[in-house]
Design a protein around this ligand. Structure first.
Ligand code: NZQ
Length: 384
């Protein structure tokens, strides 16, 4: 096992009616800016619950954070905060709203051009505190320190991370999932699944706890993911999917193990260029990434084949190829498309995505920096 320091300071309020808890979690006297997306919370009753819970606070709102939150929209919220002196941000939404709020929280107190936080990795020394009401289990953003922001003028989609923007608390009420369109439920399960894979499927370091936690989460998503798409999905199914998605990227399974974020990095470029949903990009790339990297990942692929899909590994090459096929079939079972051609895209994506990767210095990705531009090219071509 590798050395690590681990803390996850986000307090989780999990379960029915927990939105009310925000009244105890936001510091007394705070001036709260409620930030949300395109308005789904106004149609499904979440907005009313938030308003009721904020009755003791002075608060205002900022709506319109879009999927793949843009720098441009976030900066409008920064201006509102600076002119009206808000000192607490309540993010009510999915990964996009939460990521947007993390950037807003840092940009509002940043000395300089906030885009440099993303483009140059400029250091953040301060940020406004954030709380979250999660409406879409997928990204894990509700209890981690990562954020991904897009610049619509330059077609950049870039990540940043700071412990200063980690939410102080997050409310996870599985009932909010009832209004989610099937496409977003599918996206959520796939995104969480790929998060686990990118921390689990690297090379062995004898991290038994992390491996078995990861395998438990993968098995839970394989069991509950298809059920959550059904009209009659139970509260328990929603609860299990929601908690799996949070656990997939809250730092626990990634502590003390090598990590491989190559599928995510290629995926971000695809979204920036063609607007595919984040999880759609992952479902296209991951199977081909595993196939391309099967020598580097051989031992963990065999462990995955055996423990997650219960495959016989006496013929290792067959077991690996079956495990990769079963991964893609799982995505398809969730009605997720797994090829560029399914989205009307062809071989033109290969040079375009590679040019973006090169522009962003993503030329040695993965846990062993083995995913060169040449390999990314092969992965993209094989994914058409
Ligand atoms: O905008 P609203 O009206 O809220 O509608 C949203 C949006 O259209 C809708 N939605 C959310 N909750 C709903 C709902 N509709 C009905 N009922 C509800 N309860 O769903 C749509 C998609 O929302 P979005 O927040 O964009 O989805 P997701 O949570 O998948 O977030 C994706 C973003 O997170 C980033 C992605 O790159 C992408 O920009 N990621 C962030 C990560 C992190 N911070 O750790 C890691 C991830 O891998 C990912 O990169």
């Amino acid at each position: 096992m590798l050395n690590f320091s681990f803390v996850n300071p986000t307090q989780i309020h999990f379960g029915e009616q927990q939105i009310l808890e925000i009244k105890h979690s936001i510091p007394k006297g705070a001036k709260v800016l409620v930030v949300y997306g395109g308005g789904s919370i106004r149609k499904n009753g979440i907005y009313e619950q938030v308003v009721a819970a904020l009755s003791d606070f002075t608060w205002g709102e900022f709506a319109g954070i879009e999927p793949n939150p843009s720098y441009q929209t976030c900066m409008r919220a920064v201006e509102l905060i600076q002119t009206q002196n808000y000192d607490f941000i309540l993010a009510v939404g999915g990964g996009s709203v939460i990521d947007g709020c993390k950037f807003i929280a840092a940009a509002a107190l940043f000395d300089g051009e906030p885009w440099d936080i993303l483009a140059e990795g400029a250091q953040i020394n301060n940020a406004l505190p954030i709380g979250v009401v999660l409406t879409l289990p997928a990204t894990g953003s509700e209890s981690n320190s990562f954020s991904v922001i897009s610049n619509i003028d330059t077609q950049d989609k870039l990540p940043f991370s700071s412990e200063l923007v980690q939410p102080q608390f997050a409310v996870l009420d599985p009932n909010v999932m009832q209004s989610l369109p099937k496409r977003q439920l599918t996206n959520g399960v796939v995104d969480a699944f790929v998060h686990i894979m990118e921390q689990y499927l690297t090379y062995p370091v004898d991290a038994k706890v992390q491996d078995r936690f990861a395998e438990g989460l993968l098995l839970t998503l394989i069991e509950e993911g298809p059920k959550v798409l059904k009209e009659e999905a139970s509260y328990q199914t929603r609860a299990n999917v929601m908690w799996s998605a949070t656990m997939a990227l809250n730092g626990l399974i990634g502590a003390g193990v090598p990590q491989d974020w190559s599928t995510h990095m290629i995926g971000h470029e695809i979204t920036a260029l063609y607007g595919l949903d984040h999880a759609q990009t992952l479902a296209i790339i991951l199977p081909r990434m595993l196939a391309e990297q099967q020598q580097e990942k051989r031992e963990k692929l065999l462990q995955y084949a055996e423990r997650v899909f219960n495959l016989d590994t006496t013929e290792p090459d067959n077991a690996i190829s079956d495990a990769i096929s079963l991964t893609e079939q799982f995505f398809q079972q969730l009605n997720m498309l797994t090829r560029f051609s399914d989205h009307g895209l062809g071989e033109e994506v290969v040079p375009q995505v590679c040019a973006q990767l090169e522009r962003h210095g993503m030329v040695a990705l993965g846990e062993q920096q083995a995913v060169t531009l040449e390999k990314s090219k092969r992965i993209l071509l094989a994914s058409v």
